[in-house]
Design a protein around this ligand. Structure first.
Ligand code: HAM
Length: 423
């Protein structure tokens, strides 16, 4: 029978790899905690309207990439392609943010997009994201960016570059849209079919197209910075000044627009040259109209989301750490019961203990497993040891030995292992 494989664009994360995931997630919790950000967990599937209304009907995500299906109860369901609209949905549903508070959330989990898989791009991928609701200050945009940069620095991510732009406020966008539509209309026959459709539905999205023909036109289109309203200009300057004040380098990229409809004012991306074509480690921006668009009041928002797989690609390989502290070997069949009792007692004492003394595996096979485990300490249980009630805990690195009785074993082993952990 042909072996069943994981679905294209999905990946298994195996023991030995998952430890790096823990590290990325632990650093996020720790760094975001410094900024007063608390975790939120929303369901993996939602009513499709959360994304149609939230992510936006004209986006590629909604039009081409959603895992959307009708369930057995005839409900229109979508596996979440991104985390921002679900957080806003939860924020409204639970009436969070009462009394004009500033609410800060982060989330961490799988997202689903039907994209063409390649290195750094998957159909199930994992985001760690942050959403701050209720603050309109440019300083909050800068704070969110500073938090992302700090997190990537602690993970030793290779050469992160911050790219920053503004897509303006409503006033800016109305004025700019007219100018842009007129400029695109003059070169319409050079644009691809998708871009001709975008020209009508959402002309700003033409900037996202990677096709060479469209790129040539994009180079010549007027940029939004020339149409900024006074308020939008002030906001963007506020973000830049705060970042400069905190020594965070930003590259201004006037053509950065991002693929989602809800962005207003600040947009940003952090890329790494350690990645290939999919070089965006994280992206985000301000989305001041989104809460109202999803049925709430006029609450401003700003946030970002990162792709964990991409962060891992840009992080240094960590030396593999042993998952076992003490490996216990039974010398013969008569020692198996005591071996298992020791392993049990060591685990009760908080140690990571392992044995392979199952089903008649001889001492050689067990020693091989002990070496493979990388456990720094070994203990052999045999008839002589049991008769004398003296057991030798041996540290493989330098053959240091500690001789203990059965009664002393858990406490002594715990002291030795903890000593190593804290040194
Ligand atoms: P996004 O740019 O669509 O923004 O995705 C954010 C990040 O998710 C990307 O920079 C990338 O690292 C990762 N990512 C996206 N698609 C894939 C994929 N197919 N495979 C692997 N990684 C991927 C958002 O999702 C917004 N919700 C961000 C945001 C939060 N804006 C404001 N708040």
């Amino acid at each position: 029978m042909k072996q069943i494989q994981a679905i294209r664009g999905t990946q298994d994360i195996l023991p030995g790899e998952v430890e790096r995931w823990y590290r990325v997630e632990a650093a996020a919790r720790e760094v975001f905690g410094r900024y007063g950000v608390g975790e939120i967990r929303t369901p993996i599937f939602e009513d499709s309207q959360v994304f149609v209304k939230g992510t936006g009907e004209t986006t590629d995500v909604v039009q081409k990439e959603m895992y959307r299906f009708t369930d057995l109860g005839d409900n229109d369901i979508t596996l979440r392609p991104e985390g921002t609209p679900p957080v806003v949905r939860a924020y409204l549903q639970h009436k969070l943010g009462q009394g004009r508070s500033i609410d800060r959330y982060f989330y961490c989990g799988p997202m689903f997009r039907y994209e063409r898989p390649q290195k750094g791009r998957y159909r199930q991928f994992h985001q760690i994201g942050v959403e701050v609701l209720g603050a309109e200050s440019a300083r909050v945009d800068a704070e969110v960016i500073a938090m992302a940069m700090q997190w990537l620095a602690e993970l030793e991510v290779a050469s992160p570059t911050l790219k920053l732009n503004t897509v303006g406020d409503e006033e800016t966008r109305i004025a700019y849209r007219e100018i842009l539509v007129a400029a695109q209309a003059e070169r319409l026959d050079e644009l691809c079919g998708d871009c001709r459709a975008r020209h009508v539905s959402n002309p700003l999205r033409v900037f996202d197209c990677k096709k060479p023909g469209c790129q040539a036109v994009i180079e010549t289109l007027p940029v939004i910075q020339e149409s900024l309203s006074a308020a939008a200009d002030r906001h963007f300057n506020g973000v830049r000044e705060a970042l400069a004040d905190w020594d965070i380098q930003a590259e201004i990229d006037p053509r950065l627009v991002r693929g989602l409809d809800y962005y207003r004012q600040t947009v940003f991306e952090i890329t790494s040259s350690a990645l290939g074509a999919q070089d965006s480690l994280l992206g985000g921006g301000r989305y001041d109209g989104l809460v109202a668009q999803m049925g709430g009041e006029d609450v401003p928002g700003v946030g970002f989301a990162s792709g964990t797989e991409r962060i891992l690609l840009a992080m240094p390989e960590a030396p593999a750490e042993a998952a076992t502290d003490v490996f216990v070997i039974a010398f013969d069949e008569g020692s198996v019961d005591t071996t298992h009792r020791f392993v049990h007692e060591l685990r009760q004492a908080g140690l990571r203990a392992l044995t392979y003394a199952y089903g008649g595996r001889n001492k050689r096979a067990q020693s091989k497993a002990a070496r493979r485990s990388g456990a720094p300490w070994q203990l052999v249980v045999g008839p002589d040891e049991m008769a004398a009630d003296r057991y030798t805990l041996r540290r493989l690195a330098d053959n240091h030995e500690e001789v203990v009785s059965a009664g002393e074993l858990p406490a002594v082993a715990a002291r030795l292992v903890r000593h190593k952990a804290s040194s």
